[in-house]
Design a protein around this ligand. Sequence first.
Ligand SMILES: [Zn+2]
Length: 343
Amino acid sequence: MIAFMDCGAGGPGGIGSAAPAGRHREVVVSGKRVKTVDVHAHCGLPEAMALMGLPFTTKALLMATPADRLRAMDAQGIDVEALSINPFWYGADRDVAEKLIRMQNESLAEACAAHPDRFVAFASVALQHPELAAQQLEEGVKKYGLRGAAIGGSVEGAELSDARFHPFWAKAESLGVLIFIHPQGTAELERTTRLAGNGVLTNTIGNPLETTIALSHLIFEGTLDRFPGLKICAAHGGGYLPSYAARSDSIMTTFPQRITKTLKKKPTEYLRQLYFDSIVFTGEALRHLAAEAGPGQLVMGTDYPYPWTSTSVDHILGAPGFSDAERAAMLGGTAAALLGIKT
Ligand SMILES: [Zn+2]
């Protein structure tokens, strides 16, 4: 394949890429081809949803016929997608959960095997049964070649920092695999009218709010101290937490008598060990996220097939204040290392 340089619009340092319609866009930074990785790409399995009595409505989530997905990846300059399935099974009893997860992880492994150069996947796990989830993660990684797990931002109202989930976190830490946290809205607020009305607020602010709450508990409850080797990637740039991070430090000195646990670091310092996807829409937001977390903690996300953005590559190429090496790392280098993708 041919690399198309687009030096006119590509920004500093000889960055650029373009491709005519129907071709695989190849991304080049500083004259070097970058293998780009999308850590935030959804898929789904109708048979698994049927086990929970749920309808399957979004055809673009299907992996049995990935032609449209591959076309979109080619056009957007995405070389590899890390597939994940958003949890809908946290209410399932153990028997159903075992069957459903095995079905999904087998199916994810098949999708990856069909296009090994284009797809890797996160295992799904039944986090409502933490010991089982730890087994499913291990089986997913060792038997099915999956690269980590995708989980929700809470589990039937329980926070991810709850001690009942320690077996899962311990397994994730010992395996050294990435855990992708994707929010599912804030069900508690949806039961009131706070998020009703125009603006799809259940998603617009409900999703980033759940991520903000989840990460804050993992920090303040000491989960990240207990499992310091955890590799966690938060969707949507970590929600609102990195945008207002300093408040988490300030609470420690403003109301010290109300702080009930001793942390090993300042709350904001934990942002520098978490990973965040790049779905923050503007160059300035990406610059700020990097200022809080470090550019080495940022990885590209698209949210495919949901059309939040189709310009994730250009977003990273065009954001202000990054070196070429940092852009290449965000586009794929960091994610490739985390997910065991050969570059
Ligand atoms: Zn998503």
